[in-house]
Design a protein around this ligand. Sequence first.
Ligand SMILES: [Zn+2]
Length: 321
Amino acid sequence: MSYKRVYIFIFSFISFMFFSSAVQAEEEIYEKRLALFKKTEALTQIPWYYFAAIDNYERNIKKNDDNEQVISITIPPELWFGLGNSSMMMEEQTISFFNGKGKDGNGDQKADPSDPEDILYTIGNIILEHGQTKDDIKIALWNFYKRDLTVQTIINTSKVFKEFQEINLTDRDFPVSIQHNYSYRNTWGDRRGFGGLRIHEGTDIFAGYGAPIKSTTYGVIEMMGWNLYGGWRIGIRDIYNIYHYYGHMNGYNDDIEVGQVVKPGDVLGSVGSSGYGPPGTSGKFPPHLHYGMYKDNGYSEWSFDPYPYLRKWEKIARNKD
Ligand SMILES: [Zn+2]
């Protein structure tokens, strides 16, 4: 073996070890979280997947992914400690004297807003003020966040976690069957003529009529129906606060309906050329899937370029073949 080869060997060995330990650390943090959610369910009788969904929502509206927290839920200090508890005393009795919500979830006699068990137990108690039914939880979430899209996203994510009994859901798929002919290029941000000046908020994947269209991610079908520009379209809200928009479809799969949980690879319908007119208008342009992605940061939603993700998912789909 030449020196060069030895170096390459050592380098690949080290990067392999680094990669596998990163994957292991990632799996460990998911296991740790799931255990914490289930412990809080035992204490509050609120199903674990609601805690998991709240935590997941808050993790995905935060900007820096650098030091990943075990639990990402933030409870504002004035809500935790109570107004007037300005020295932030952590004793439960003091906190409740000042009408704070902070609770001790791990039995160390302190309600610590940086302790994962205390955070989850406190959120559980904030929900329990409203009750334990699905509707009570929804109302509690609305009172806490005061935003419809946030509540909707958390409820959707809780449905996904409940269905798969798992929070480590990382699989993905390409939105058009790779067994069919298709082509696409990066056209995000291009100017569009129809309907005044709009920019192109997505990637067009050209394929023949009837090529299957699939869910790329884990999520819930949030919207279906006709739209002037999009024709027959579907919107899926995933578990990362991202909305996936599918336009110009030929039709929907029979078993697809609003509120349904989907996973990567689930067939939603097929490629068509619907849109640019009243319901049923078709054939005004070559058949393709318009695929758009919109991120919600907890305040507003904006379109971003799906092209790099499509490239990644295409590779994943090829490896499944
Ligand atoms: Zn398009």
